[in-house]
Write a protein that binds this ligand. Structure first.
Ligand SMILES: *Cc1c(COP(=O)(O)O)cnc(C)c1O
Length: 394
């Protein structure tokens, strides 16, 4: 059959039709445990009994108006995000790349406002920030960039977790205005920035009057067991792009900014048609409310620990498991070989997972995951991994 959908994804050969909680069903009626959460999007799982009626109510009132009008729901969600982050102001958009694109604009204008005509931004190896021309230029993956040159200039790329490299740039490059990184790299293989490094980056940004911009599109919104992953280091960024999990599946993005960044964009500098629409705002407001009401952050921390412990126990004595990384329900299991074939094998065993950076199994289940579901996930994954690693390396 000819497909009229552009061929941009390697898709598995089944279609999901509906879900409930952490379980989804395909069009043939087969059932899966959702260990992927729509890539960290389905914070509340599927068809959440508190979210569904709220969204139905909102759709019945208004889905979209325009940013021409006062926006009380934007005010409400922005106030909540500021309360949770300790930051001061929010711009709403619809996706992660847009939030990052806006953050890059803030950094450049911050530089221009300080008289730096060619502002540069420190970015990282293995980073992923999106697929627009600017965000793919900031991304540190040659596969994402191949074929799309010329890339946007003004980025200085460094290895992750290396403060000396940042200090060297601070000494030698007067055009730098910001450091931009994922608190925990997602697509790059679940690579955490160390807590001491985050604190060091905060200090350097303060000394240099640079913006610390933390891309929490994937690791934010409670997934690590705190609202935002950088809160484990007790620091605050100047700019924090959010998206994925904030709307539990309704497209939403946000740029959250602190005192040094919140007034950089002025009327006419930035905008979007869909950003901040009532449906997306309601989804964000209800997601955060339900997360608090149902204690989903402590749950994410506890279930993450449970899965990690289960995998470590189940894999004792097995060669080929290199490292388990991440925090809470953002888990990367690095193997000693490429493991893309596990996507289909896991699905056939009733579990949805992701594989990223070729050899890292990535788990990003909904934050409502129960202990029984965590055990079920481990119970499916461990035998799969044992079988896979027992075979000779290809
Ligand atoms: C997914 C992701 C993005 C891009 O988000 P889109 O909504 O796909 O544009 C950016 N940064 C990080 C860290 C991501 O995980």
């Amino acid at each position: 059959m000819t497909s009229h959908v552009m061929n941009t994804y390697g898709r598995l050969p089944f279609a999901l039709s509906h879900g409930r909680g952490c379980r989804v069903w395909d069009t043939e009626g087969r059932q899966y445990l959702d260990g992927l959460g729509g890539i960290a999007v389905n914070t509340l799982g599927h068809a959440h009994p508190k979210l569904v009626p709220a969204l139905q109510d909102q759709i019945g009132k208004m889905i979209h108006c325009s940013n021409y009008y006062a926006a009380p729901m934007q005010e409400a969600l922005a106030a909540k995000l500021c309360e949770l982050s300790g930051l001061d102001a929010v711009f709403f958009c619809s996706t992660g790349l847009e939030a990052n694109e806006g953050a890059l604009k803030i950094a450049r204008k911050f530089g221009h406002d300080r008289g730096i005509d060619r502002p540069e931004i420190i970015v990282y190896e293995k980073a992923f920030h999106g697929r627009s021309i600017a965000t793919l230029s900031a991304t540190g993956n040659p596969k994402v960039q191949a074929g799309f040159g010329p890339l946007v200039e003004g980025f200085v790329r460094l290895p992750l977790n290396d403060l000396d490299a940042v200090r060297e740039v601070a000494r030698s490059n007067p055009n730098v205005v910001a450091i931009f990184l994922e608190t925990i790299q997602g697509e790059g293989g679940i690579n955490p920035t160390r807590i001491d490094i985050l604190r060091g980056l905060r200090q350097i940004c303060d000394e240099q009057n640079w913006l610390l911009m933390l891309d929490e599109v994937q690791c934010g919104i409670g997934r690590t067991g705190k609202w935002f992953a950088h809160q484990w280091a007790g620091i605050k960024p100047d700019v924090m792009p959010l998206a994925k999990g904030l709307g539990s599946g309704v497209p939403i993005g946000a740029i959250v900014a602190g005192p040094r960044a919140k007034d950089v964009l002025q009327p006419g500098n930035h905008g979007t048609t869909f950003g901040g629409n009532p449906l997306a705002m309601r989804a964000g407001i209800e997601t955060l409310r339900i997360m608090e009401e149902d204690g989903l952050m402590p749950n994410a921390a506890a279930m993450g620990e449970r899965i990690r412990a289960g995998i470590i126990e189940g894999m004792t004595g097995v060669n080929g498991l290199k490292e388990i990384r991440g925090q809470g329900l953002m888990i990367g299991i690095e193997l000693d070989r490429p493991c893309n074939e596990l996507l289909l094998k896991a699905a056939q065993a009733g579990l949805l997972i992701s594989v990223t950076a070729d050899s890292v199994i990535r788990l990003l289940p909904p934050l409502i995951l129960s202990a029984a579901e965590a055990d079920e996930l481990v119970g499916i994954l461990v035998p799969l991994l044992r079988d896979f690693l027992a075979a000779p390396k290809a």
